[in-house]
Each structure stands twice: as C-alpha cells, then as structure tokens.
Design a binder for this molecule. Structure first.
Ligand SMILES: *[C@@H]1O[C@H](CO)[C@@H](O)[C@H](O)[C@H]1NC(C)=O
Ligand SMILES: [Zn+2]
Length: 472
C-alpha cells in the first residue's frame, strides 16, 4: 500500500500503466499494442521507448498555419479582421471546411440539431467513455483568427500527430466544434456547450429567441441545415459521463504567459461569470428649469450604482473578484434634458461562487437604497445569468503537467478569467484547459496573434494529454 501510494505520487500514470500491463496479459493483447501503450503512458517500464516516441510527436505547423489562414477568409469583414456570425453564409462555409478536415483526419463526423460538430476516432475499446477536445470557430465582429480556432484546428492536428506517430487510442478520441461560443447573434454565450450540458432553461428559451432582425433561432438554424423539423432541442443534451475527459486548447487572451516567457498555461479553474441588467426610472425634465432639490435623476442613480459595484468588488479583498459596468445608457440622451431613464449592464466574476454571490446581493441592496434615496424607481434588477465556476479535474491537470514536463515545456498553473465552452463541459465531464501565449494578450481584435511555435507546443501538449487520458 505504501509503495503503491508513493508511486502514485511520483507518477499518476504509472498506476494506469501497471494496470494495463496486467490487463494486457490477461487479454493476451498484441504485444505491439502494449509497446505503444508504454510509449505513451509516460513511464518507460523496461526500455526507454519514451524519448523516441515523443520525438515522433511532430506538428505539421505549415499546414496548420495554412488552415488557420484559410479559415480566417470565411469572414464578413476584410482581413486582417474576422467576423463570423452564427449560421451566416460564411459560418456555414467554415463548418464545411472543418468537417472536411475531420474527414481527411479519418474521423467519423456527426452533427447535432444546433450544429455542434463531432469528429470521432474510435479507440480499441470503443465502448468506454471517450476523451473529447475542442473549441469554437465563431468570431465576434472585427476580431482575430486564433480565438477558439486554435482549439479546433489544433485538436484535429493533435489527432493527426497521434496517428502519424503510430499511436492507437484505447478510449475513443473525439474533436468537438461548438456552436456559438460568442453571444453575438442571439445574446447567448456558449450556446452549443450550454445546451449540450443539458440546460433545459436554454432549450425552452431558444424556442422564443430572435436576433436583432427578428429572425428566430429555429429559422436561422434551419437555414443553416440544422434543427430540421425539430422544435424540441433536447436531442442535443448529452448524458453526464459520456466523456471520461474534456480538454480545450485555447489562446490565453491575457498577457501573463508571454510576459513570463512560459509556453503552456495549465488552467486549474474557470471564474464564475454573472451578469445583471438594471433599469432606473426618474421624472426627467428640463436641465435649466428643474432645480436641483426637485430632481429624480435616473442617470445619477446609475452613476452611483456603478461606483457601488466597484466598492463591493474591492471590499471582497480578493484579487480574483472583478466587476464591470460595461453598458450605461441614459434616456433621452440630450445635453439639456435630465435623464428620465437609465440602463446598466453589470458583469461580475470570481473563482469563488459564494463570494461572487455576496457581491451580487450587495449590488442589489445598493440599487434599492439608491432608488429610495433619489426617489427614482428601480424598474428592473434582473440577474441574466449566474453560472457556477468550474474546477479542472485533478487527473487532467496531472496529465497536462506530465505532458508539458515530458515535452520540456515551461508551464504554470493559472486561472481562466474569461470563460469558455469548458465551463459548461465541466457539468458533464471532468475538464481541463491548456493555454498558449498570445501577442500582448490581445484578443477579440484583428491584432490577435499566436506564433507557429507556441501553437505547435500547445498541439503537442494536447496530443500527449489526449494519449494519456485515452489510456486512462
Ligand atoms: C417579429 O416576428 C414575429 C413573428 O414573425 C411578429 O409577430 C412580430 O411582430 C415581429 N416583431 C417585430 C418587432 O418586428
Ligand atoms: Zn474563445
């Protein structure tokens, strides 16, 4: 027991490897398979196969960069910007591009009713829960070509890397391209993964959701070839346990890795996002005629609430608590008119859900108190979403760390302050994320950039992590 424990501490994969050794004996498996297993388990049992097989993990960076460049041309705005909106003509073309690449990689392709795309490489024990990886390819207006894309094209390349190296997965490996991670068209972020993870509230809401042109979600989906004849989108739900692991490769979208010269970020937690909409209504009036004591200024109520948000966030005394008033609108919006209405949208996040919820409660209290003090009406205080944070699973963190180490890549543990499809995949599967550096942390703008080398490193770590998890 003591021995087993210490081995576990030294290398979590060793135990798996041993288990498989025993099992392989029993099943009388083909010895060449066993050799591959040892190669990828990260633990050389008899001979040092491992360095040899690691050198076989070669990324075709030229092709990968070409694919990234080509995908970026499916855009509604000119290069270098990328704009790819859900179910638009360009989005549909980009989807075909992805399905073709999955096909070239020998994956069997399936799509669900909202257009989440799955490409599967069957393992030699296909009845086991599969290991999945993926990200998104939709792009907000005038953004860049790496956000999400690196985790889809990079995942397909990771499969190619493993295939070229001669690896045979035990659990099946599946690449997922998620529908609409960005909220651009229908105001719902992570639409595909949220639905996949079984959100009944979203399933209901989608029946009534329209875009800014009053095109319904279902009509838009049908125009792109999805949701044919389906009103009920619960067919998209996946059962908890369908995947033994989910890993997402993504650009950091922050400056830390680049600044510190570190190749790989291993995400331990994704901060819990919440958003709130607030409306105040006052009496308005002429900016000259109504004297100060007689005003009920909805604009000042909003300004006061914005400062209260900052105060409550800072009072949490944790660097991980953040709050932003990104939208503040005044009506009627004339220089000589006292604002009669104001509208705020507040985003607040934390890796600690209770702490974040406390901030939300305090914001609500302040909104009520400000309304009373200024004699304006708090006509709406709506928590639009209040998602829990997600923690990466220990076994996946260990696999990502071991892979980085074996590949001699500097890595660090970090928190994802932006959220990703992984936040929702964590509801149905153990989850982990790999970050790579990006230029100055830029994202959601045309200057977004990751070097070939950084992308290749991410793909290698992803490939090795998938290999380990597939044998798990
Ligand atoms: C949006 O479309 C629906 C159904 O087609 C229609 O009843 C409604 O009046 C439209 N709303 C607007 C604002 O055009
Ligand atoms: Zn993204």
């Amino acid at each position: 027991m003591a021995l087993r424990f210490s081995l576990l501490v030294l290398s979590p994969l060793l135990l798996l490897c041993c288990c498989h050794g025993i099992k392989a004996h029993k099943d009388g498996e083909d010895p060449t398979t066993i050799k591959t297993m040892q190669d990828f388990s990260g633990y050389p049992i008899q001979e040092p196969h491992f360095p040899n097989s690691l050198s076989l993990l070669s990324v075709d960076t030229l092709s990968l960069q070409k694919q990234i460049d080509e995908l970026s041309t499916f855009s509604d705005t000119p290069a270098p910007s990328v704009t790819r909106i859900l179910y638009s003509e360009k989005d549909v073309l980009a989807r075909s591009f992805i399905k073709n690449l999955m096909g070239f990689a020998g994956l069997s392709v399936r799509e669900d009713a909202v257009g989440n795309i799955f490409g599967r490489w069957d393992g030699y024990e296909p009845e086991l829960a599969a290991v999945s990886t993926g990200s998104h390819i939709d792009a907000i207006p005038y953004s860049g070509k790496y956000d999400g894309v690196v985790g889809v094209l990079g995942a397909i390349e990771a499969i190619n890397v493993l295939q070229r190296s001669g690896f045979k997965p035990k659990r099946s490996l599946e690449v997922i391209m998620f529908t609409s991670e960005e909220p651009t068209r229908f105001g719902i972020s992570c639409l595909g993964s949220r639905l996949m993870a079984g959100s009944e509230a979203l399933e209901k809401a989608l029946k009534k959701t329209v875009d800014s042109k009053n095109i319904s979600f279902l009509d838009a989906a049908r125009s792109a070839g999805y949701a044919k004849g389906e009103e009920d989108l619960s067919s998209v739900f996946l059962k908890k346990g369908i995947y033994s692991a989910f890993v997402e490769l993504h650009i950091e979208q922050g400056p830390i890795l680049e600044e510190e010269g570190i190749s790989i970020g291993i995400v331990t937690a994704i901060a819990a996002p919440a958003s709130i909409k607030v409306d105040f209504e006052g009496n308005g009036g002429h900016a000259g005629a109504v004297l100060m004591p007689n005003r009920n200024d909805a604009g000042l109520a909003a300004a006061e609430l914005a400062l209260a948000v900052e105060k409550h966030v800072l009072d949490s005394e944790s660097i991980d608590t953040v709050g932003t008033v990104g939208i503040l609108e005044l009506h009627p919006g004339a220089i000589n008119s006292i604002p009669s209405k104001s509208h705020l949208e507040i985003d607040t996040r934390d890796i600690d859900e209770d702490r974040r919820n406390t901030v939300i409660e305090k914001i609500h209290h302040s909104a009520l108190a400000i309304a009373q003090k200024r004699d304006v009406k708090l006509s709406e205080f709506k928590i639009v979403n209040q998602d829990p944070p997600a923690l990466s699973h220990d076994s996946i963190i260990k696999a990502m760390e071991a892979s980085s180490q074996e590949l001699n890549l500097a890595h660090k543990l970090m928190i994802s302050r932006a959220y990703h499809d992984s936040l929702f995949m964590a509801r149905i599967s153990p989850m982990g994320m790999i970050f790579i550096p990006c230029y100055k942390g830029y994202s959601h703008k045309p200057e977004e950039f990751s070097s070939n080398e950084d992308i290749a490193n991410g793909v290698k770590v992803l490939a090795l992590t998938l290999a380990k998890l597939s044998l798990y």
